[in-house]
Ligand binder design. Structure first.
Ligand code: MN
Ligand code: MN
Length: 355
């Protein structure tokens, strides 16, 4: 590569990134980058190092844990503790938050993370990721459980690692979204995708279509119109993409546009959505919006939600701006009794949705 390549370390010292007044944040991001490098090496060993096995245990969400779920969680915790910069943390893999600060005012950050996203893809050697959200810690008392429950718009930084054909780190400190690729020769993250912009228009959607029978009418309307193709309402053909690894699906959208939906549905009335607000939706929402996209529940902006629980779930609609706005409009129409589906014979039996 050319000699003017920019490493993550140099990038974080760049005054244009607005981090010069927050050296601790730069240091924490470098620490996380080192963890990602270690995890990347572990994941790449695959079955050789018995990285692909399942455990008997379940996590807080009732999902079967993979050996790598636990290893990656321990790796993240050790790194965050060693940094001396983290006041408290919360992880997908642990019921309770963990206080690391020894005294009031000690360590400025709270970190909330999903150490291994998409881990059911590990045994089949498909891309997985790690997702993290960095929030300010209280300065005048030791963090209590309520101090973790900050809206996404309070995030100081957010990012994910993608362990794919190449390992990438994509992050934002609130000044654009930037992508770095791990150079396996120098062991450095190199800036390869500066100021990512999600195209406003798209012809790709990503949704778990096996849940179609549980979707709300506005979601059905949107997807049905996409599938109608060039002869339908949208007057163009759409493609569907679904990796079932949130990091991989959102990464594709950051790279070339599209819309990602894990919407509210009627599958389980006790769950507001499938994905988790604080360590999946919020960090991805910040990355997407810093890249010119939008992140919504279909009814409200994700980053304005006041969390009630570290592990709470939310519906997610994010990606290309005009598509997310369209989905929001369909929800608004439906909530106001103005449902276009009623005009279609297929959707005329409202009782179907009211069960
Ligand atoms: Mn996970
Ligand atoms: Mn996850």
């Amino acid at each position: 590569m050319t000699k003017d390549r920019i490493g993550l370390h140099a990038f974080l010292q760049d005054p244009a990134q607005g981090l010069t007044n927050n050296q601790p944040l730069a240091d924490l991001l470098l620490q996380i980058a080192d963890t990602v490098k270690m995890l990347s090496a572990m994941i790449a060993q695959g079955a050789i190092a018995d990285m692909t096995s399942k455990l008997e245990s379940q996590n807080v969400q009732g999902e079967t844990q993979m050996k790598l779920d636990l290893l990656s969680n321990e790796l993240f915790i050790d790194c965050l503790r060693d940094s001396g910069l983290v006041h408290g943390l919360a992880s997908e893999e642990m019921d309770e938050t963990v206080l690391l600060a020894k005294s009031v005012g000690d360590a400025p950050f709270i970190v909330i993370f999903d150490p291994l996203d998409g881990s059911s893809n590990v045994p089949v050697n498909v891309s997985v990721g790690s997702i993290f959200s960095i929030l300010p810690a209280p300065q005048n008392h030791l963090a209590e459980s309520t101090d973790y429950l900050q809206a996404g718009n309070q995030q100081l930084a957010a990012g994910y690692a993608l362990y794919g054909p190449a390992t990438m780190l994509v992050l934002t400190v609130g000044k654009g979204t930037h992508g770095f690729t791990l150079d396996h020769e120098s062991h450095e993250f190199i800036l390869t995708h500066s100021a990512i912009q999600i195209p406003e228009e798209t012809a790709e959607f990503a949704i778990n279509a096996s849940n179609e029978r549980f979707w709300e009418p506005p979601t059905k309307r949107y997807i049905e119109e996409c599938k109608e193709g060039v002869k339908g309402t949208r007057a163009k053909d759409f493609n569907m993409r679904w990796v079932a690894s949130m990091v991989a699906d959102i990464h594709r959208i950051l790279m070339r546009g599209g819309i990602y939906l894990y919407p509210k549905d009627y599958k389980d009335h006790t769950k507001a959505g499938r994905l988790r607000l604080m360590y999946e939706a919020n960090p991805m929402a910040m990355l997407v919006e810093q890249a010119g996209g939008l992140a919504s529940t279909g009814r409200t902006s994700i980053m304005n939600i006041k969390p009630e629980d570290v592990h709470q779930r939310v519906p997610i609609v994010m990606g290309s701006r005009s598509e997310v706005q369209r989905v929001e409009r369909y929800h608004h129409d439906y909530d106001n009794g103005n449902n276009e589906n009623d005009k279609l014979p297929f959707y005329s039996d409202r009782s179907f949705y009211m069960q």
